[in-house]
Design a protein around this ligand. Structure first.
Ligand SMILES: O=c1[nH]c(=O)c2[nH]c(=O)[nH]c2[nH]1
Length: 316
């Protein structure tokens, strides 16, 4: 039996960083959870205990803080790209995955904020010597329709007890991630705080084959995609959560230019009508039990099939 080392990666996970931009009287608060995973010429670290090629995860964590201190944060996609491009300048490191969760804070005043209980914005950036991918997304976006949802016509076998529902609650907590077809070239993306510093770094992007695109307004793109998700959920008469999912995926791809693919994961947050007959009361769709588990889990990828696939964007 020959035992060899398979694919591997390593990095600092979940660097919790809060950044306060004080450059205006109205402070800008950014609350992030940043994870880094690096790959490259790391066989000897695993097989011979030789750390010559290892950039410590502690250094990776420090780099996250240092980049924010030096350049500010800006859109999470730009911050992740700056970090990823930096890490692959280390000779032994050929690939970097930077994932970011951005926690929402609602402004209460110029320097006061209330933590939003709502959704988390996400970014997943992969950088190698040859290509770059940006996937933006959202998780924990909880939506409910109190009507305009049915579920009928499904298979019935000897184990089926479910009644057909012609008017039910449809609720879900959306996890969605959408892939941008092109990534702005280093110079084009170097806008916002610290742009000049980022633009003057020497890096691996020189000579790499990347599909260059104009500087992206990641924040506007995120807002449009998020609105498309909510509008499609609200506006679709649903014969199954599967149908709603596809409508949401189509809406995201149509929400802006340059979106190639969206992956959706939608738990069906079941709301069961409570039987009030034992109390001599009718329940005409007013009193429900919100069940937390088990739940149906509806997942799919929706693609613009004129754009090339990019499995590396998801499986790094
Ligand atoms: O929208 C639904 N899709 C299903 O596949 C399913 N299965 C089920 O029991 N309820 C539902 N609802």
């Amino acid at each position: 039996m020959a035992i060899t080392l398979g694919p591997n990666r390593y990095g600092k996970a979940e660097v919790r960083m809060v950044h306060v931009d004080r450059s205006t009287d109205s402070h800008v608060l950014t609350d992030l959870n940043v994870s880094v995973a690096l790959s490259g010429d790391l066989d000897a670290a695993h097989t011979a205990g030789d750390n010559t090629n290892v950039l410590p995860t502690d250094t990776q964590k420090n780099t996250v803080y240092a980049f924010a201190a030096e350049h500010g944060v800006g859109a999470v996609e730009d911050f992740a790209l700056r970090l990823g491009r930096h890490f692959v300048t280390t000779p032994s490191i050929t690939g970097a995955l930077v994932t970011i969760e951005a926690y929402p804070w609602r402004r209460l005043g110029p320097h006061s904020f209330e933590r939003g209980g709502g959704e988390t914005r996400t970014a997943r950036v992969t950088v190698t010597r040859d290509d770059e991918h940006v996937v933006s997304g959202v998780t924990g976006l909880v939506l409910m329709n109190t009507t305009d949802s049915e579920f009928v016509g499904f298979i019935r076998d000897r184990y089926t007890t479910l009644s057909e529902a012609t008017d039910r609650i449809l609720a879900t907590s959306v996890t969605a991630a959408w892939r941008h077809a092109a990534v702005p070239a280093r110079d084009a993306s170097a806008s916002g705080p610290g742009a000049s510093a980022a633009a003057t770094e020497t890096g691996a992007s020189a000579g790499a084959t990347r599909s260059a695109a104009p500087a992206a307004d990641w924040n506007a793109s995120y807002a449009a995609a998020r609105k498309a998700l909510a509008d499609a959920f609200t506006g679709t008469y649903s014969r199954a959560l599967q149908e709603t999912l596809f409508a949401m995926g189509r809406a995201v791809l149509g929400s802006g230019t340059g979106l190639a693919e969206v992956r959706l994961s939608l738990p069906n947050r079941h709301h069961f009508l409570v039987d009030t007959a034992p109390f001599g009361l009718r329940n005409e769709g007013t009193v429900f039990h919100a069940d937390d588990r088990p739940y149906g889990l509806i997942e799919a990828t929706v693609l613009d099939d004129e754009r090339p696939e990019a499995p590396r964007a998801w499986t790094f």
